[in-house]
Design a protein. Structure first.
Length: 101
């Protein structure tokens, strides 16, 4: 199994609903990604679980009002990367200013 697996949605929601299983991930990614995705207006539900602390897997569920859940996940990961890049850039600038006042 790769780092990301996708479970098929139910008949009622089709491609608007998916559960994704992230290997080697936990609360750090799950909480940040849930925070970002749950703010999208097209998202009906977004949540994650870490089924067991001894297993390094995170289940991430998305249900949308319209569109594909897979596309929402991709968008969420891209937006999270932008936030991380900005945070790192801001931190590095602050360190530079601290060292060279």
């Amino acid at each position: 199994m790769g780092r990301l697996a996708e479970l098929v949605g139910d008949q009622m929601y089709g491609e608007k609903s998916r559960t994704f299983i992230f290997s080697e991930e936990g609360h750090t990614l799950g909480n940040a990604l849930q925070f970002i995705i749950s703010q999208y207006p097209d998202v009906e539900f977004c949540g994650y679980t870490v089924p067991h602390p001894a297993e390094t897997k995170m289940h991430f569920r998305i249900q949308t009002k319209k569109g594909r859940a897979t596309d929402v996940l991709k968008r969420g990961l891209q937006d999270l990367k932008k936030v991380c890049d900005h945070t790192l850039e801001t931190f590095n600038e602050a360190c530079k200013e601290y060292r060279n006042p």
